[in-house]
Design a protein around this ligand. Structure first.
Ligand code: GLU
Ligand code: ZN
Length: 296
């Protein structure tokens, strides 16, 4: 199988050392495999994406010595593909409309009858199910407007409409490592996804899509065979595998890498402008200094 990977930054701030590590690692893996390295701009959050940051991404990557095959994919150009997929899912009863606020969810999840502490999944609080009965009533109905669309995880776990689902076990291959050393064949029962992930949002009211839906459709559209990214997204991969099954897409191989931490051992966040590649560069660092800093 030919090797195609991608780097998928959001243009919402400067690229920092953690991004440099991720991009260089993916690029080096593509080079070593004689494969393809692609770029994708994850700008579905138009309230935070800025053209200046996008321009800076290209500049920083070029300076690091990274080249990519055209075209660059931009998520804001793909809204109609996301909508088509949502339509398909809606018409199979995989989705329901949700009008809960964050506060409604927090309150329902911690209500005494739920018992115990609210569960936190890879996408935040496990949805307590308030709007679960809001599915399409019958036949093919239009997508609801002005509501978030959630995946019914119970549907995903039990449907027999899609080959290889139906109360079974989901799996993917991990060639790197999850946060707890998970590697190799990663298997998780569908029922565990119901309990520990729950009904995740696939389309936010304000966006018409979500990170999870977009990333799965985009990786498939770009022909990505290997996803290289930080271990903070390891648990979210389970959501991605489930979506791939429901949408009839193949599951790439995943390579999650350790996160670059600051000197105090804390993980680098977007707001750590002090770690911006452009700043190191202005201070006279070379691309090989950056490689050395991230251990490549
Ligand atoms: N856009 C995501 C980020 O900036 C990366 C998503 C991914 O690699 O799947 O962290
Ligand atoms: Zn709701």
């Amino acid at each position: 199988m030919s090797f195609t990977t991608r780097f998928a930054p959001s243009p919402t701030g400067p690229l920092h050392l953690g991004h440099a590590y991720s991009a260089l690692l993916a690029y080096d893996m593509a080079q070593a495999a004689n494969g393809t390295f692609l770029l994708r701009i994850e700008d579905i959050d138009q309230s935070r994406a800025r053209p200046e940051w996008e321009a800076q991404i290209y500049e920083d990557l070029r300076w690091l010595g990274i080249t990519w095959d055209d075209p660059v994919m931009r998520q804001s150009d793909r809204l109609s593909s996301y909508k088509t997929a949502l339509h398909d899912l809606w018409n199979t009863d995989a989705l329901f409309a949700c009008t809960c606020s964050r506060r409604d969810i927090a309150e329902a999840a911690s209500a005494p009858q739920e018992g115990g502490a609210p569960l936190i999944g890879p996408d935040g609080l496990v949805y307590p199910g308030t709007c679960r009965t809001n599915g399409r009533s019958s036949g093919v109905n239009p997508l609801p407007e002005n509501a978030a669309l959630r995946l019914s995880m119970n549907y995903a776990a039990t449907t027999t409409a899609t080959p290889r689902i139906g109360g079974g076990v989901f799996s993917f291959t991990e060639t790197g490592m999850g946060p707890n050393g998970e590697t190799g064949l990663i298997e998780f029962p569908a029922q565990a996804a119901v309990a520990h992930i729950g009904d995740v949002v696939l389309a936010r009211r304000d966006m018409g899509t979500s990170y999870h839906l977009s990333v799965v459709l985009d990786d498939a559209a770009q022909g990505v065979s290997h996803v290289v990214r930080g271990a903070d997204l390891f648990e979210a991969t389970k959501i991605h595998v489930i979506l791939q099954r429901l949408l009839g897409l193949s599951t790439p191989t995943y390579h999650h890498h350790a996160l670059i931490r600051d000197d105090g051992g804390k993980r680098l966040a977007k707001r750590d402008d002090a770690r911006a590649i452009s700043l190191y560069r202005r201070e006279g660092a070379s691309p090989s200094d950056i490689r050395a800093m991230v251990g490549l």
